[in-house]
Design a protein around this ligand. Structure first.
Ligand code: ZN
Length: 428
């Protein structure tokens, strides 16, 4: 789900005050009201799968926000009380909007006329309001400070783990310094605790605001337009849910900037998500420090040093391997063809090369666990690749290599057979 960021936020959400829907939308006018009573007005079957029916229930009023404008739906419960006094609490699994109606997805049917108490999952909703209002502020600051437009918004749905939301910007790149500066400006405005208010304006007035540049976009629908104002920052035609002041966004961090097809994607998170992200990062960095026995401040230099040491050690190791193979090759007795065992495929190849370098033919076998490998190397013009290919075909295996060096892998029990096939073909 990647929604339009503003202008048509809450697409189909009616923009409030439109009177398209039967339901009174409490999430527009009473964003803090997360428990409410309502009457079931309609019910329809959504799907039937694996013996489970999913129903869609409509209410005369609801605080459940349907998926819209990049903001995920609310979850929660609907509780009905029977005449007998028995209580039935049904989880609301999803909330969707269709035909101007808000539909609550449940797995138990509820008949029209039933009175219910709805309870919206508060932690999830507050988290969504934080991320969504944070997005308004970040997009507004990017536009004001850098003239950069936000083209789409995606709110990461989970509030349990660390999960980022993203905006896509119509700009070629966004440098590190700009990222840090935008983050500072946004958090400055969060610290100022600016008021975030919601109102509706008539279409004509909204068009005048658009002409003045006070609004960037307008939804195409007719009727009153719901406008969200961050005091002194921006007006925005939006149908989503928002916190009441910027302070309640609780802080915003930009996590990542990456190039995408149409511009730049910025990952960010707000509030407790930002705290969790910072905590997780610090623990990762702290753990690295413990592993490397160094303070966080010295970590980058330390890792650079470790990598440099590793590269130097690798160079020495490779040199020793070459030297050792050269030495061994010169001690391998007489004859044109020599068969010898090695401990690793890497060493087998180096040793084969050294044997070939002496103008001889080397067959080097290696056993590692269940697998065997045989390296064939020749310095007398033998086409090792072709010989290996034919020898492997006899064993029902495939492989080959270049004229100078070839390698074949077989099961451990076939290693000696492969050596025999190769030997027969190179005339050893
Ligand atoms: Zn909004």
């Amino acid at each position: 789900m990647r929604g339009e960021p503003e202008g048509d936020g809450g697409a189909g959400g009616g923009g409030g005050g439109q009177g398209l829907s039967v339901a009174e939308r409490l999430y527009y006018d009473a964003q803090e009201m997360l428990e409410f009573s309502a009457e079931v007005t309609d019910i329809r079957l959504e799907s039937r799968a694996n013996g489970v029916n999913r129903w869609q229930v409509a209410l005369d009023r609801t605080a459940f926000y349907p998926e819209s404008g990049g903001q995920p739906w609310d979850v929660g419960t609907l509780e009905a009380v029977a005449r007998s006094g028995a209580r039935l609490e049904v989880p609301v699994l999803a909330v969707v909007e269709a035909g101007g109606e808000v539909w609550h997805v449940v797995e138990k049917p509820m008949t029209a006329g039933t009175m219910v108490t709805g309870r919206v999952d508060e932690a999830r909703r507050r988290d969504h309001m934080q991320q969504h209002t944070g997005q308004h502020l970040l997009s507004a600051v990017l536009l004001r400070e850098m003239g950069v437009e936000t083209v789409s918004f995606h709110l990461g749905a989970s509030h349990m783990g660390v999960e980022s939301s993203t905006i896509d910007l119509s700009v070629g790149s966004l440098g590190r310094e700009d990222v840090v500066r935008m983050e500072m400006v946004v958090n400055g405005l969060i610290g100022e605790d600016r008021r975030v208010s919601v109102g509706t304006v008539e279409r004509g007035e909204a068009e005048a605001m658009l002409a003045r540049g006070d609004l960037r976009k307008l939804p195409e629908r007719v009727g009153a337009i719901r406008v969200v104002e961050i005091d002194g920052v921006e007006w925005n035609a939006c149908g989503g849910t928002h916190v009441g002041s910027t302070g309640r966004i609780g802080g915003l961090v930009i996590r990542r900037v990456e190039k995408v097809k149409q511009g730049v994607r910025v990952e960010f998170c707000c509030g407790l998500r930002a705290v969790r992200a910072a905590r997780r990062d610090y623990e990762t960095v702290g753990e690295l420090g413990r592993v490397l026995s160094t303070g966080v401040g010295e970590l980058v230099g330390k890792v650079g040093g470790v990598l440099e040491d590793a590269r130097a050690a690798e160079k020495v190791r490779r040199g020793l391997l070459e030297e050792m193979a050269g030495f061994e090759a010169r001690t391998l007795g007489d004859g044109r063809v020599v068969v010898v065992a090695a401990r690793s495929v890497e060493y087998a190849k180096v040793l084969g090369g050294k044997i070939a370098g002496l103008g001889r033919v080397g067959i080097v076998r290696v056993v590692e666990g269940e697998r065997g490998t045989v390296v064939l190397a020749a310095g007398d013009g033998t086409d090792c690749g072709a010989v290996m290919k034919v020898a492997l075909e006899v064993l029902g295996a495939r492989g080959g290599g270049s004229a100078g060096l070839a390698q074949g892998g077989v099961a451990v029990e076939d290693v000696e057979r492969l050596v025999g096939e190769l030997r027969g073909r190179v005339g050893g």
